[in-house]
Ligand binder design. Structure first.
Ligand code: ZN
Length: 295
């Protein structure tokens, strides 16, 4: 029944919008949004968030921590270059917020909260590129796999989606979609905290593992991090909330580790692991090698 509905929905909307392809399975997934509009949706989300952070008097970007801001910019550039969408208009932000989390909005707008490397409750060690890359690769994978618009599409009926599609065409991102965005990014503290489905988390883990390895970061760091995450206190705003205590996510990642290690060794051999990296010079080539696959 679900499948029939999906096919019908795709057939109806195919003229105005496409169905997307899953980056992992290659299967058709339901997504009413045009990927061209995703950066605009992400930009709206980021603008709201920046305003709220600044209104609280919190510092951002280089003012929050110049060294770590440069670090996350460099890491995102390397990850973006090997991602499925190197040409997304990636943007990187750091906010002085005591929450152990980070996110990447549709179209590649990355936000990191300084709580991520809090010495007591944080997930990563401050200044550890491999660990930070593991988190950022996972978050970027949510954006390249288009999990936000996929989730929004699932909560809509065909009629709603039709209206949203018209809105998206008119405005470059529907207000209905922006409202529904709050369902995926719970906004309890006036902060966006990602909350994806279990299936999407596993998918982002796997895609992210390969991104970090291809960018020359040690993928073993991801397995160790998600093992640690499973043992941490699951407060609602932290990245730990999506990591079941069973450690199932770390075990799933272990399955893909040999494949990721091969990518990592190859990246290191070609100099991708060495600093300074040169993602800019690769961009054009990668863009050609990785055509947009979801249309
Ligand atoms: Zn996630």
């Amino acid at each position: 029944m679900k499948k029939i509905l999906l096919i019908t929905a795709c057939a109806i909307l195919a003229l105005v919008e496409g169905c997307a392809k899953d980056l992992v399975t290659g299967k058709t997934t339901l997504n009413y949004y045009d990927i061209k509009n995703e950066p605009q949706l992400g930009a709206q989300v980021l603008a709201v968030q920046e305003k709220e952070i600044k209104a609280k008097g919190k510092r951002m970007d280089a003012d929050a921590d110049p060294v770590e801001y440069e670090r996350i910019k460099r890491i995102v550039a390397r990850l973006a270059a090997v991602s499925h969408y190197p040409n997304f208009p990636y943007e990187v932000h750091l906010a002085e917020v005591d929450v152990v989390n980070a996110w990447c909005a549709p179209g590649g707008k990355v936000m990191v909260y300084t709580g991520l490397w809090d010495p007591k409750k944080g997930l990563v060690e401050k200044g550890n590129d491999d660990q930070i890359a593991a988190v950022l690769a996972h978050e970027i994978a949510h954006a390249t796999a288009r999990h936000v618009t996929e989730s929004i599409s699932k909560t809509m009926t065909i009629a709603m989606a039709g209206a949203a599609v018209q809105g998206a065409i008119a405005a470059g991102g529907s207000s209905q979609g922006a409202d529904l965005f709050g369902e995926i990014f719970a906004n309890g503290l006036d902060l966006y905290i990602p909350s994806y489905s279990r299936k999407n988390e596993l998918e982002a883990d796997r895609i992210g593992l390969f991104y970090m390895a291809k960018a020359g970061y040690d993928p073993r760091a991801a397995v160790a991090l998600w093992k640690k995450a499973a043992t941490m206190k699951k407060d609602r705003t932290s990245i730990y909330a999506s990591h079941p205590a069973s450690g199932v996510r770390a075990r799933e990642l272990e399955k893909y580790l040999p494949e990721a290690m091969a990518m990592y060794e190859k990246a290191k051999a070609s100099g991708a692991g060495a600093e300074p990296s040169a993602p800019e010079t690769k961009k054009g080539k990668k863009a050609a090698k990785n055509p947009v696959r979801t249309r």
